[in-house]
Write a protein that binds this ligand. Structure first.
Ligand SMILES: O=C[C@H](O)COP(=O)(O)O
Length: 275
C-alpha cells in the first residue's frame, strides 16, 4: 500500500478547471484495449504480475469463517504449485496483494492468515459498504472495529452526497466502485481517474494508488488494466503498492490461462482450486 497521502487544502478552483474530452477518452480507451498483444512468454509474466496485484475478495451476505478461510489459503497460494514450478517461479513468493472482506469477517481472515504464517494484509470495506449512507459516527466506529480486528487497509465508500455537493478531500488510494453497482470499473472512467492521480502527483509530488473493482473477471481484462496503468502512469504504478485489482472471480481465469501457457491445454474451472 502506498505511503499515507498528507493531503492538501481543498482547491476547488483547480478541480473546477478540469475538463474531460469524452470522445478523446473513449478513443484512448479503445486504443489501450487494442494494445494488449504481448508475446506468449511475456503474457505469462504479465499474468503473474496481475495476480500479485489482486485484492482477492469475498463480499457476500453469506460469507462464513469457512469460505473466508478458503479465500485466505488461495491468496497465499494463488497459482498451482506445479504450474509455478514449470515457470521456475515456485520460490518467488507469488501471492495476491491482499484479501478483502466485510468488517465482520476481518478477524476470521486475520486468524486464517496467521495460522498459515502469512503476512498478507487484510483489507476491509468499512463505512456502510456499499451505499456509504451511514452516519459519520457509525462509519468511524466501523473503521475502528475493523482495524482493531486486524485490518491493515480500509476501502472507504465515500459519502456520495458530500462528493456531489463538492465537499471532498484527497485519499491514499482511489477505487472505481464497490462492485455492487450495475456499472463498475470501466476503462474510460479509469483513464479520467488515473489522469487525476497524475495531475495530483505533478502538483504535490505524492503518489496515489488506483484500484479498479467490480466485474473484472477475465485474464484478458487484467492485461488491459496493466497496460492502462503502464501507459498512463508508468511502471511504478504496476506494483501492489500503487495498483490493486479488486476482484472476487478473476483469479480462476488467470490461473486457467497460466495452465494453458504451461500445458498447451485449457483446464476446466474445477481443476483450479478456488476459494
Ligand atoms: O471490491 C471488490 C468488488 O466488490 C469485487 O467485485 P466482483 O465481485 O465483481 O469481482
Amino acid at each position: 500500500m502506498s505511503a499515507r497521502n498528507p493531503g492538501m487544502p481543498l482547491d476547488l478552483a483547480w478541480v473546477s478547471k478540469v475538463r474531460v474530452n469524452t470522445q478523446a477518452v473513449l478513443k484512448r480507451a479503445q486504443q489501450i484495449q487494442g494494445r494488449n498483444k504481448n508475446k506468449k512468454q511475456w503474457q505469462a509474466a504479465w499474468l503473474l504480475r496481475a495476480v500479485t496485484c489482486i485484492d482477492l475478495t469475498t463480499l457476500a451476505g453469506d460469507d462464513t469463517p469457512g469460505n473466508v478461510h478458503r479465500l485466505c489459503m488461495k491468496a497465499t497460494q494463488p497459482v498451482r504449485y506445479d504450474l509455478l514450478k514449470s515457470m521456475d517461479m515456485q520460490d518467488k513468493g507469488v501471492t495476491t496483494a491482499a484479501v478483502c472482506v466485510y468488517p465482520s469477517r476481518v478477524a476470521d481472515a486475520v486468524k486464517s492468515l496467521k495460522a498459515a504464517n502469512s503476512s498478507l494484509p487484510v483489507a476491509s470495506v468499512a463505512t456502510g459498504f456499499p451505499a456509504g449512507q451511514t452516519s459519520l459516527k457509525t462509519r468511524l466506529e466501523e473503521v475502528r472495529m475493523a482495524v482493531e480486528d486486524g485490518a491493515m487497509e480500509i476501502d472507504i465508500v465515500i459519502n456520495r452526497t458530500l462528493a456531489l455537493t463538492g465537499q471532498w478531500e484527497g485519499s491514499d488510494f482511489i477505487k472505481t466502485s464497490t462492485g455492487k453497482e450495475s456499472v463498475n470499473a470501466t476503462y474510460p472512467v479509469a483513464i479520467v481517474m488515473v489522469r487525476a492521480i497524475r495531475d495530483y502527483f505533478l502538483k504535490t509530488g505524492h503518489k496515489v494508488g488506483f484500484k479498479p473493482a467490480g466485474g473484472i473477471r477475465t485474464a484478458k481484462e487484467s492485461l488491459v488494466w496493466l497496460t492502462l496503468m503502464k501507459e498512463e502512469l508508468g511502471d511504478e504504478w504496476l506494483s501492489p503498492r500503487l495498483f490493486r485489482l479488486g476482484a472476487s472471480s478473476l483469479l480462476a481465469d488467470i490461473e486457467r490461462q497460466i495452465y494453458h501457457h504451461v500445458t498447451g491445454r485449457y483446464a476446466a474451472y474445477h481443476q483450479m482450486p478456488m476459494a
